[in-house]
Design a protein around this ligand. Structure first.
Ligand code: URA
Length: 434
């Protein structure tokens, strides 16, 4: 085989065979096919797309580039959950202990902040002492003991994704449905759970900005699951504004804890119940959606889910006291409100812009290697449809350095559009693909 011929084939819109895709991916990971040829192939895929057979073949070739996790030592049905990334999306920190407290077994491998979106590992590491580097043995033992664990992914899992993602980042080929779908699903398949529930975000704070794009991504990922025989369900949910009211690592952990205590924002609670119900269904822990939801609401009301979070935090070396006393989380010394410049109703909140504002405050890694300030972030006071008077706070900025405030405040002001007419937010859950 020659890479040149395969690039030309894809460029001309023909379908590549599974062995051709495997040869290209394997060759790239071993250093036998140069990056410029893979870059050209990625661009051809970007314009020509991939059939569902090709996308599944690419995903499996990526899985085979490294090790896979064997979760057969876990007693009970394992279900994984993954979000395509958003702003203020602390769902996993609520959902994992919630679903675990209702009998689902969850060995979740999470990621770090990517672009303007936050990462669950960074959020959890704002809990003093908490470790996210768990060996496969530790992960399995912890899930058998308390029902769940959230850990980082080892470098040996899907090395092809790391290489391909870096190349996509440099060649303007990140936002391609088959490339995102294979990237996400390769990591989920390698992580070994028997079923997968995906939260595909759509809107101003998501990689997919429109509903047709998000549906296409959801269908591509569910299609991969079908091709390889792994039960996969995708929920398409709105990211037209940040989820909940907190953006930033410790602030989001605090909001997740409050949600488990029944004091959290309604949109976050609702999304966790919708995704959690899907997890219970695919795990065979409930006969139908209504029973699944009722089981989850009961676990929340009884405090079971909160106790499971405390157990997970303690098992991973963290201070479980943050569950009873979230004020023990890191807190920024500077807290400054940003006031509205006009009177009216909040007509739009650009979630991606708020994500960038949080990074300017220190909550993310603009250069990839920078340290995160766990206390930095934004607390949102006005969301879509809320009335506001001139000068009233839209958000409060949390920072450790005063010089970070002005650029972040400018981003926040630009992110808000205050209008005359009331505009309530649209539905949170927009579609489900099975
Ligand atoms: N998240 C991933 O893991 N991969 C992508 O390509 C995009 C978002």
């Amino acid at each position: 085989m020659r890479a040149y011929d395969l690039i030309k084939k894809k460029r001309n819109g023909e379908e590549l065979a599974a062995e051709e895709i495997a040869w290209l991916v394997g060759g790239y990971v071993r250093g036998e096919v140069p990056a410029e040829q893979i870059a050209a192939l990625l661009m051809a895929v970007y314009f020509r797309g991939m059939s569902s057979r090709e996308t599944a073949a690419l995903t499996l070739a990526m899985v085979r580039s490294g090790e896979t996790l064997d979760l057969s030592g876990i007693r009970g049905r394992t279900v994984d959950k993954h979000s395509t990334g958003g702003v203020g999306d602390k769902t996993s920190i609520v959902l994992v202990p919630l679903a675990a407290s209702a009998g689902v077994r969850i060995a979740k491998l999470s990621g770090r902040a990517l672009g303007h979106t936050g990462g669950t590992l960074d959020k959890l590491e704002s809990i003093p002492g908490l470790r996210t580097e768990l060996s496969p043995r530790e992960l399995i033992d912890q899930v058998n003991r308390i029902g769940c664990a959230i850990a980082g992914q080892s470098a040996q899992l899907v090395p092809a994704d790391k290489l391909l993602y870096a190349l996509r980042d440099r060649t303007a080929t990140v936002d391609s449905v088959p490339l995102i779908a294979s990237s996400v699903m390769s990591k989920k398949l390698a992580a070994g759970s028997s079923a997968i529930v995906l939260d595909v975000k759509v809107g101003s704070g998501a990689f997919m900005k429109t509903l047709p794009e998000a549906r296409a991504l959801a269908e591509a990922m569910v299609g991969i699951g079908r091709e390889v025989g792994r039960r996969t369900v995708a929920v398409v949910s709105s990211m037209e504004q940040p989820l909940g009211r907190a953006v930033g690592n410790a602030l989001e952990v605090e909001e997740a804890v409050r949600t488990l205590r029944g004091e959290g924002p309604e949109d976050l609670r609702e999304l966790c119940l919708a995704l959690g119900a899907r997890m219970l269904l695919v795990a065979g822990r409930a006969p139908d959606a209504a029973a699944a939801r009722a089981a989850l609401e009961e676990r929340l009301a009884r405090g079971d889910a909160l106790r499971t979070l405390a157990e997970m935090v303690a098992a991973q070396g963290g201070d479980p006291g943050v569950v009873a006393h979230p004020e023990r989380l890191p807190r920024a010394p500077i807290q400054e409100p940003v006031g509205a410049e006009a009177e009216g109703t909040v007509a739009a909140v650009d979630a991606e812009a708020l994500g960038h504002a949080a990074i300017l405050l220190g909550a993310g890694r603009p250069r990839g290697d920078e340290r995160i300030d766990p206390a930095a972030g934004i607390v949102i006071h006005r969301k879509l449809g809320d009335p506001v008077r001139r000068g009233e706070p839209l958000v409060t900025l949390h920072a450790s350095q005063a010089e970070r405030l002005a650029p972040a405040a400018a981003r926040v002001r630009a992110a808000y559009r205050i209008g005359r007419d009331a505009r309530a937010p649209g539905p949170l859950v927009l579609d489900t693909v099975e």
